[in-house]
Design a protein around this ligand. Structure first.
Ligand code: OSB
Ligand code: MG
Length: 369
């Protein structure tokens, strides 16, 4: 595929309410939107890295550097014709999965438009709607959290995930469970604990949590295996799973029973599909994680979540759970049954609203090839 032009923008979308995890608080979603142009068509992808390397080492700055100085030159060699082939070419660059995923996402979108096919069909998706949940950040008080959960349940979100960190964990979870005895409930620690906290996790066992996500270090699968041995509650890995092979290793060690797949974390859709397939073979259920995406990354996530082994409601919530205004023409909305429709138009099925996107753009670079 001959890419004629790449346009990289930084967009900054204010979040309707701050999003706090064990590694920090975000008030604004800053992301890179990658636009590529070839033979009269455009394709768009999103880089989900943050300004601060709290979730992983990548940042907006490293992503811009890696895309401009390494990925674009590789893509410009023009010795590939499908997104999968480009994904293979990118393997020569170690790491930097979010940068790769953002660029590959734009290529998938363009490829779908060239072939007049929705992304969901190109990647083997089988669902028209995906069941979804919501991820709720750390709050100032338990009553505030309970109020938020009530609101999301009214909107029919099928599963509630709450972020935990030391001193915002057991007591909070007990209160939430008491208030909502029957909901699908899970907790995400974003690596805030160590094996010294094993007793704390044992105390959570009778809360009926669907899973505990990434309790221990971001780069660990050994200690997680030790913890999983002591717990009946399934551990779900997020940060620790960076490529398809990691799933095999984690499964072999017994480090988790469920995996969260994020396109950005694993380095693109091609690798996400491989990870999905390996997990299906191993009998590990998966769900689609989120990184507070704009409508561009969100549309791609919806297509991915349509694959058959995505059996658990994920974190791909409606646009208005995050933003007053999205940058695309068809923002994701939640249906009355807690599902979101998978886009059916060519490519990712949504288009940036250029006027709105311009309004939120703080940096723009155009690279002609
Ligand atoms: O750990 O899943 C996570 C957001 C930013 C960074 C990491 C995570 C999250 C979320 C939000 O949980 C998921 C979403 O609503 O997009
Ligand atoms: Mg997580």
């Amino acid at each position: 595929m001959k890419i004629e032009k790449v346009e990289i923008r930084q967009v900054e979308l204010p979040l309707l309410s701050y999003f706090e995890t064990s590694f920090g608080r975000d008030e604004v979603r800053k992301a890179l939107i990658i636009g590529i142009h070839s033979e009269g068509l455009d394709g768009y992808g999103e880089v989900v890295a943050s300004e601060f390397p709290g979730y992983s080492y990548e940042t907006l700055g490293t992503s811009l550097h890696v895309i401009k100085d390494f990925l674009i030159p590789i893509a410009n060699k023009n010795n590939w014709s499908t997104p999968q082939e480009l994904s293979d070419r990118f393997e020569v660059v170690k790491g930097h999965p979010m940068a790769k995923a953002g660029f590959e996402g734009a290529v998938w979108d363009l490829y779908g438009r060239q072939h007049q096919q929705p992304l969901v069909n190109l990647i083997g998706g089988v669902k028209e709607k995906i069941g979804t949940g919501v991820s709720i950040g750390i709050q100032d008080s338990i009553p505030k959290l309970v109020e938020l959960i009530e609101g999301y349940l009214e909107e029919k979100y099928q599963r509630i995930k709450v972020k935990i960190k030391p001193n915002w964990d057991l007591e909070m979870l007990r209160e939430v469970r008491k208030k909502f005895p029957n909901i699908l409930l899970m907790a995400d620690a974003n690596s805030a604990y160590t094996l010294d906290d094993i007793e704390l996790f044992k105390e959570m066992e009778d809360l009926g949590l669907m899973m505990i996500e990434q309790p221990l270090s971001h780069d660990d699968i050994i200690d997680h295996a030790a913890l999983q041995k002591e717990l009946k509650t399934p551990i779900c890995l997020d940060e620790s799973i960076l490529n398809p092979d990691d799933a095999r290793k984690a499964h072999e060690l017994g480090s988790c029973k469920i995996i969260n797949i994020k396109v950005g974390r694993v380095g693109g859709l091609t690798r996400s599909i491989k990870l999905h397939d390996i997990c299906a073979d191993l009998g590990l259920p998966v769900w689609c994680g989120g990184m507070l995406e704009t409508g561009i990354g969100r549309a791609q996530n919806l297509a991915l979540a349509a694959l058959p082994n995505f059996t658990i409601p994920g974190d791909t919530s409606a646009s208005k759970r995050y933003f007053a205004e999205d940058i695309v023409d068809i923002p994701a909305v939640i249906n009355a049954d807690g599902t979101i429709d998978v886009p059916t138009g060519p490519g990712i099925g949504v288009n940036p609203d250029l006027e709105v996107m311009d309004k939120y753009t703080t940096l723009k670079q155009v690279i002609k090839l």
